[in-house]
Design a protein around this ligand. Structure first.
Ligand code: ZN
Ligand code: ZN
Length: 723
């Protein structure tokens, strides 16, 4: 009897044995449906064997083999690495590599971008000019439209014409063009870009990590696409990771414009299950030449993988914060090494981890030092006091004057504050009472339109109080500035301006973000107000003024990465101004203009700031100058958390006798000690050497299984983003 050892997506270390009914065939990587107790689960076969430690009579059979193609050996190995490195069960790591198997037939692709002739199409179809046929008429129509045939225009076509159009699409004669300005942009590289692309292309076929550091607007995407085009031309596949779903349509449009004949697919959690499965299969079969996705796409099977790109590599969203706590950028680097291909990490403000590697020559740094659009220069930075007596609801006089000038020129402005809602706190002027969340150690945010107080950590909602619950005073004040308050203030200060707000509240509806984006591009919005959703990657050509409020809040946080993050965010936001040849201006309201972060912004010198921060981390022995493992525990009662962490600490100390080189810290409450009704605690272990920490964590985790923890949920976070 053949026995299949199956890893299941549950929180258990071991794999489970099942017998294989006659006629069924599996191999390592096969996806199978089995029962565990009463539950039916999908698992991955990790080994086939003849004998089991379990009595043969007690083994259950495999119920069904999934039609999904078995995972290839390199993806099994990748999942094994992730499970080992991030201290997670193999079954959970393998589950990351599978597309969703239930539900959702592939939705019919809604094609909304206009279709235009490609360069190849122009040449191939030129003989149609002047003829009289269905194809010739269609050609004449489409050739006369430089911005392409829109979806509405396509609906007017006859059935026969639509059939011709779809043949042309398959042949690469026509392709979707991104709306507006991108339509004419076949990448024209400047010297920096050409050198960078050549360096990457020169390493195709070998493992070579690159840090592509380009100032905002310097055209990193053109470098990726040029290198990708070459990798694809040589028969390879390219994997491109981007930090968030909202960026994929825009990136996809640019890929289609630059590589019209290459098949590109997207993979992210916002897709219907059927679409994701289809995209996964196209990548697996090798029919997709380019896979564009968020962090989960790093596990996609790619038989002819030739190049990996991680765009905005510093972005924290590449790190998964629950379940298997992997960092997609770091997994991507492992994968590039495993598959012997180059990897490009791109950013204007590299993560200190990547910076550290580049400084030690483990990564080759490629620099883009000028803005790519003709005539575009970096914006001028102006600092204005945040405590301004003439301020209107947080909007200082300098910023207001700047906004008025910008609007008078007919240009667009962006005002950034990284807090959604109306105000981040609600306070009694008489006794100092402040509205707090009953389930978290956090303040409640005022949402004035809904007349509610909301917790942004657990979702708790209560009605806005009419009087102070402590002293009865009816004079309760919203304190601080959120996006909704800013939107109102702008509307009253600039009555003729058309204002749009972009944050998680205003973009909750499907498609809302894309539609706001289109409005900005079409120029029907004068002033944008928003959170960091606006900071990443978006390119609005008529946007020339960026105002920043409330940035000082981030500078004095207990989080050791706060300064690095604040700098990255500010430089990203500031980088939205003046990208297309119009002079840009950034007005930052701060009471600490001499802080290193603001100096870096004003002089556009991220390198110096990064070196300073790296030096501080070295002295403080913090990542990336030390390797950290974090044990997180939570329970309803603080005593349970304390008892568990106390026992875990004792177990760690006992191991440490034999494991020199690992430092063990005492348990402490988490930065947010209470969240969603759970008391939270943590303890840190760290080492100067990655390998030693790894060995320690593996042994420690094995002992944790014996620590009584019935009421406690715990997890190990390797390379945590904060602690
Ligand atoms: Zn009061
Ligand atoms: Zn809460």
């Amino acid at each position: 009897v053949t026995i299949a050892r199956v890893a299941l997506p549950i929180n258990a270390e071991q794999a489970f044995d099942y017998w294989l009914p006659a006629g069924l065939e599996v191999k390592p990587g096969s996806v199978v449906r089995v029962r565990l107790g009463r539950k039916a689960l999908l698992g991955v076969v990790v080994a086939c064997t003849e004998d089991s430690a379990v009595d043969a009579a007690r083994l259950a059979p495999i119920d069904e083999i999934s039609p999904l193609t078995p995972l290839p050996a390199d993806v099994l190995e990748l999942a094994g690495f992730v499970a080992g490195y991030y201290q997670a069960p193999l079954g959970l790591a393998l589950a990351l590599a599978l597309p969703p198997l239930a539900g959702g037939v592939p939705a019919r692709r809604r094609e909304e971008s206009p279709l235009a002739l490609t360069v190849a199409g122009r040449a191939a179809l030129s003989q149609l000019a002047g003829r009289s046929s269905i194809a010739a008429a269609l050609h004449a129509q489409i050739a006369a439209l430089p911005n392409g045939l829109t979806i509405d225009e396509r609906k007017q076509l006859s059935v026969a014409q639509r059939r011709v159009l779809s043949q042309w699409r398959k042949a690469g004669h026509v392709a979707a063009v991104p709306a507006l300005r991108d339509s004419a942009s076949v990448p024209q590289l400047n010297l920096d870009q050409r050198d960078a692309a050549a360096a990457i292309i020169g390493k195709l076929g070998t493992f070579a990590p690159f840090l592509l550091q380009g100032i905002t607007g310097s055209g990193k995407t053109e470098v990726y696409l040029t290198a990708a085009a070459e990798a694809i031309a040589r028969g390879g596949q390219v994997l491109v990771l981007v930090p968030e779903i909202n960026l994929t349509p825009q990136f996809e449009a640019r890929v289609r414009a630059a590589l019209p004949s290459a098949t590109a697919v997207s993979l992210h959690s916002g897709l219907a299950a059927g679409d994701r499965r289809a995209a996964w299969q196209a990548a697996y079969d090798g029919t997709a030449a380019l896979v564009l996705g968020t962090r989960l796409a790093v596990f996609t099977p790619l038989p002819r993988l030739a190049l990996i790109v991680v765009d905005e590599e510093h972005d924290a969203s590449f790190k998964q914060q629950e379940g298997v706590r992997y960092h997609a950028r770091d997994v991507a680097v492992f994968r590039a090494r495993q598959r012997d291909v180059p990897i490009v990490l791109g950013s204007a403000t590299p993560a200190l981890e990547s910076w550290h590697h580049a400084r030690q020559d483990r990564y080759q740094r490629l620099l883009l030092t000028t803005r790519a659009s003709p005539g575009a220069t970096l914006p001028r930075t102006i600092f204005a006091p945040d405590r301004d007596a003439r301020a209107q609801e947080g909007l200082g006089s300098v910023l207001l004057a700047g906004l008025r000038r910008c609007l008078a020129r007919g240009e667009q402005a962006l005002v950034f504050v990284n807090r959604r809602g109306y105000a981040p706190s609600y306070k009694c002027t008489a006794c100092g009472w402040e509205a707090g969340c009953p389930r978290c150690s956090a303040r409640l945010t005022v949402h004035r339109d809904a007349r509610q107080l909301r917790c942004h950590h657990c979702g708790h909602i209560e009605q806005l109080h009419a009087a102070c619950p402590t002293c009865g005073n009816i004079d309760l004040l919203p304190r601080g500035i959120g996006t909704q308050r800013l939107e109102r203030a702008l509307a009253s200060a600039l009555p003729s301006a058309r204002i749009a707000r972009i944050d998680r509240d205003s973009t909750r509806r499907r498609g809302a973000f894309a539609s706001l984006r289109t409005q900005v591009e079409e120029g029907t919005v004068d002033v944008l107000v928003g959170t960091q959703m606006l900071a990443k990657g978006h390119d609005f050509p008529r946007l020339t003024l960026v105002g920043v409020l409330g940035a000082d809040n981030a500078l004095y946080s207990a989080d050791f990465r706060a300064t690095e993050r604040a700098a990255a965010l500010l430089m990203q936001v500031a980088g939205r101004a003046g990208r297309a040849g119009l002079a840009g201006e950034v007005i930052v309201q701060t009471d600490f203009p001499d802080h290193a972060v603001y100096r870096a912004l004003a002089t556009d010198d991220y390198d110096r700031l990064a070196d300073t921060l790296l030096h501080e981390r070295k002295i403080a022995r913090l990542p990336p100058c030390a390797y950290v493992g974090l044990l997180l525990a939570q329970a309803h009662a603080r005593a349970d958390v304390d008892r568990f962490l106390g026992a875990a600490h004792a177990a760690a100390l006992a191991l440490e006798q034999t494991d020199a080189g690992v430092e063990i810290f005492s348990p402490v409450p988490a930065l947010m000690a209470r969240r969603a009704g759970f008391e939270r605690g943590q303890m840190v272990v760290q080492s100067n050497r990655r390998g030693e920490l790894q060995r320690f964590l593996t042994r420690w985790r094995a002992t944790l299984a014996a620590v009584p923890s019935s009421r406690v949920r715990f997890a190990i976070d390797v390379d945590p983003m904060g602690f």
